[in-house]
Structures are given as C-alpha cells and as structure tokens.
Design a protein around this ligand. Structure first.
Ligand code: FMN
Length: 234
C-alpha cells in the first residue's frame, strides 16, 4: 500500500512537471523558432534626439544577411527573426534602425564572407566551434572610415555569453579605441553576460554609460526602451 502511495505521488509530480513544461517551457524554447510579424516602419519609429555634435556611427551584427537563408525566405522558420511581409529583419538590425531614426548618423552592418547555417541550432554549433578554435571570421565589404566619427554605437547579439567572433573581427580591424563607445546587447535570456568585458578587451575601448540589454522576444516592441537608453547617454 505504501509503495502504491509513493508511486501515485511520483506520477502526480511527473504530471505537474509535464504540464508546466508544456505551458511555460515549450513557448520559451520555441521563441527561437517562431518569427514575429512586424511593421518595420512602425516598430522602428522614434522621437528625434540630439546627442550634441557627435558624428555617430551605428555598427551592428545580426544573423539576418549572415545566414544562408536569403534566397529561401519562405522556408525560414528561424530564431529571433522578425518578418515584415517578405522581408526578414534581425533584432540587432531593427535596433540599429531605431537608433538611426532617433539620433541620425551612419549605419554599418558587419557581414562575414562565410554564411552561417540557416538553422538556429546550426549557427549555435558553428559559433561554438569558432569560439573553441578562436577563429576570427573574415569580413566582407569595405570597412568604415572611423576617422569620420566620434561615437560608435555597437549593437550585437550575445553569442555563447560573449560577442560574436565577427564582432571581434570588426573591432580588431577598425580602431575604435579613441571613440565614445555605447552598446546594445541583444540576448535570449542571459543578458549581456561577459560580452562587454570581452568587447573592451578585443577593441581596447571602454564602454560609456549603461549597456542597453535587449531581450530578443521584446525586440519588436523595444523602441521606447531604446529611446530612454539613448536619452541617458552623455
Ligand atoms: C550562435 C548563437 C548563440 C547565442 N547565445 C546566446 C547566449 O549566450 N545568451 C543569450 O541570452 N542568447 C543567446 N543567443 C540568442 C541571441 O543573442 C538573440 O536571439 C539575439 O536577439 C539575436 O539577435 P539577431 O536577431 O540580431 O541575430 C544566441 C543566438 C545564437 C544564434
């Protein structure tokens, strides 16, 4: 009888855990595989803000455009991506649009010669290999002329708790050490983790002010938070 009682208790616990997993766990995991429909223009709408006389360059890295899914948009069911009609938009890409709409300046997208896999898990595995092998991916496109800017606003997704290796490639190719450096770190729950220290080590620049942490699930509706953060910058 005692044995039966124990078994029933265990079964009840397993059932409760299973129900909680279906209610909370599955949507949490799936957030990386479900696109969010957005109206890009509305999502990136901002109030104009004058950051003084700074000549501003917003630099971002995002999966969109650096993964192998450009020609196969309909087949993409992918992590942390937004879609406006046929157009896919990465979280950091949208954040860069928000920043530029508010403070103006130029925008530079970091792009790599190699393309990361279209699947989220494929990119996660590739990024893990890059970190293990300390591999700096070759960048494509022309690098910006940093002498034209006083302030760099760096926007990146946190990858494995740190900056993507492509961002490391960028800061090791472009000297941002004398600039005012501000950071938006987009993430899926870990926050900025150790990315800021790693960015500072790789670039030789110090990050000014608060870091804006952008949770990927909220990227489409982050304009007010980004606005507030921009207003806090000196
Ligand atoms: C390779 C890879 C590694 C990631 N590692 C982390 C991580 O360590 N912590 C975290 O919170 N999110 C992590 N994420 C989630 C991304 O940081 C998050 O979804 C981000 O908003 C993606 O921005 P994007 O759409 O501009 O690429 C990772 C995503 C990828 C693709």
């Amino acid at each position: 009888m005692k044995k039966h009682k124990k078994l029933i208790i265990v079964l009840i616990i397993v059932a409760v855990v299973a129900v909680l997993f279906v209610i909370f766990g599955v949507p949490y995991i799936q957030r990386h595989f479900i696109e969010t429909e957005v109206n890009e223009q509305e999502a990136a709408a901002m109030d104009k803000l004058d950051l003084g006389t700074d000549r501003i360059l917003t630099v971002y890295f995002t999966r969109n455009g650096n993964c192998d899914f450009e020609n196969d948009v309909d087949a993409v069911s992918s992590a942390s991506l937004m879609r406006d009609g046929d157009k896919l938009i990465g979280n950091c890409e949208l954040a860069a649009e928000m920043v530029q709409n508010a403070v103006g300046g130029d925008v530079y997208a970091i792009t790599t010669v190699k393309k990361y896999p279209s699947s989220y898990s494929g990119t996660v595995a590739e990024a893990s290999d890059e970190i293990k092998n300390d591999e700096l991916p070759e960048l494509s496109g022309q690098l910006p002329d940093l002498s034209k800017y006083d302030r760099v606003i760096m926007i990146y997704p946190v990858w494995w708790g740190t900056i993507p290796k492509a961002v490391e490639s960028f800061v090791k190719s472009c000297d941002i050490s004398g600039k005012t450096l501000n950071v938006i770190a987009s993430h899926g729950g870990s926050g900025k983790a150790k990315s800021v220290g790693d960015l500072e080590d790789a670039s030789g620049a110090s990050v000014s002010g608060e870091v804006c942490e952008l949770y990927d699930k909220d990227a489409a509706t982050a304009s007010k938070d980004v606005q507030k953060w921009l207003e806090s910058l000196e």
